[in-house]
Design a protein around this ligand. Structure first.
Ligand SMILES: [Zn+2]
Ligand SMILES: [Zn+2]
Length: 165
């Protein structure tokens, strides 16, 4: 079911504002947009009722959901999608470090959060990338964390997006 988007082979972590903006000029004004945006979908073409999740590639025909909410459709068809990962939000990653005491030579929390990392257990535990899952044991403190993230995990969509901005 998870067919990649044809126009965009590099998936992106969904951004709520960008999803909403994608529906500007959409031809299907009788279909409410909010549930689609809230369900993680982006308008890929204003002249078709098919919308897509840019994180997992799942497509849905908004005119044929037959009462199923877009969110439910998404979670049923693609439960592992990054859209459902709370740590895709920078504020939640930052929150996970609230009671972290760090370790000797630990990186700055701002840098870790910006590079996609969160603390896997509240207040303790490992640092892990929410997107690709690489963890702290393989990270050294001396180099640029974002560069190292890319080297260790070249296919991580999150860090690729960060570095391309
Ligand atoms: Zn998805
Ligand atoms: Zn990653």
């Amino acid at each position: 079911m998870n067919q990649p988007l044809e126009h965009d082979p590099i998936f992106e972590i969904p951004n709520d504002c960008q999803r909403e903006a994608s529906f500007r000029g959409w031809s299907y004004m009788h279909i409410p947009i909010e549930p689609l945006v809230g369900g993680g979908f982006t308008c890929i073409n204003p002249n078709t009722s098919t919308v897509a999740c840019t994180a997992c590639g799942l497509q849905a025909d908004a005119a044929r959901l037959n009462g199923t909410s877009p969110y439910d459709f998404h979670v049923q068809r693609s439960p592992g999608c990054l859209f459902f990962n709370p740590f895709r939000h920078e504020s939640n990653r930052r929150q996970s470090f609230l009671y972290w005491s760090g370790y000797s030579g630990a990186l700055d929390i701002d840098d870790l959060v910006a590079a996609g990392f969160y603390l896997t257990e509240f207040g303790q535990g490992n640092i892990q990338c929410f997107c690709c899952g690489i963890s702290s044991s393989s990270l050294s403190q001396i180099v640029d964390i974002r560069q190292q993230h890319t080297q260790l995990s070249p296919h991580c969509v999150f860090i690729r997006n960060v570095l391309s901005q």
